[in-house]
Write a protein that binds this ligand. Structure first.
Ligand code: IYR
Length: 229
């Protein structure tokens, strides 16, 4: 519990009590955090083993800690475990993906995807015990039903999804970022309000005992960074 407070622009601010740790401790923590994050992979082979609602709730809470433009928290996480609903989502997603793989995607795109081994079969949408569909809230309505656009919505929701994915990994669970395109069928199937747009679909569950992932390599530090010291 923080004790000190301050009023800024008429609003209460509370003291931020950051943990004070040594440089060595920081170095050790971020090395081991990176090594742990590096074990995460996008998984497409799931077990149907049950995952409790409590686990999903805390994963969503973790996603909801993300920073957002003007603290509008412009996200909604829809968690689906209902088998009938999952099956409807699979059917609609596969319909779009068939179009994508057979005509909408360019030759180059298909070539780039070849190493991942993806196709229009989205069996995982029924096998994984949960689907989390993330919606972004493009705008909010005030008391007079007037629209006000949210700020930096894509950035905010993207960050929240990153935190959600880390929380899923932390729970010993697997996921992948599935983006059936176009995704508006999700708004219809889940009967979402008009200010929400589907952003990302994440199947969540335990990886199946025999799960395979492509043998991909991440870019090296020197390829993903430039330092200006
Ligand atoms: N949405 C399709 C295709 C796809 C596109 C990209 I870019 C990927 O990295 C992976 C798949 C699908 O989910 O199969």
């Amino acid at each position: 519990m923080s004790s000190k407070e301050k009023i800024i622009n008429g609003y209460r601010h509370i003291e931020y009590n950051s943990e004070v740790i040594s440089g060595d401790e920081s170095a050790e923590r971020c090395r081991s955090f990176y090594e742990w994050l590096d074990t995460r992979r996008s998984v497409r082979h799931f077990s149907d083993r049950e995952v409790s609602r409590e686990i999903i709730e805390n994963i969503i809470r973790a996603g909801g800690t993300a920073p957002s433009g003007a603290h509008k928290q412009p996200w909604k996480f829809c968690a689906v475990s209902n088998a009938e609903m999952k099956s409807r989502i699979r059917q609609a997603a596969e319909k779009e993906e068939q179009e994508n793989y057979n005509s909408r995607m360019s030759e180059r795109w298909l070539k780039d995807l070849a190493p991942l081994g993806t196709d229009d079969n989205k069996e995982f949408l029924e096998i994984a015990p949960w689907l989390i569909i993330v919606f972004k809230e493009a705008y909010e309505l005030d008391e007079n039903n007037e629209k006000h656009n949210n700020y930096y919505v894509n950035e905010s929701v993207g960050i929240a999804c990153g935190m959600l994915i880390s929380a899923i990994h932390n729970a010993g669970l697997a996921t992948l970022t599935h983006t059936p395109s176009p995704m508006n069928f999700l708004s219809d199937l889940l009967d979402r309000p008009k200010n929400e747009r589907a952003y990302l679909l994440l199947p969540v569950g335990y990886a199946s005992e025999e799960a395979f992932v492509p043998d991909l390599k991440r870019k090296k530090l020197s390829e993903i960074s430039d330092f200006y010291e």
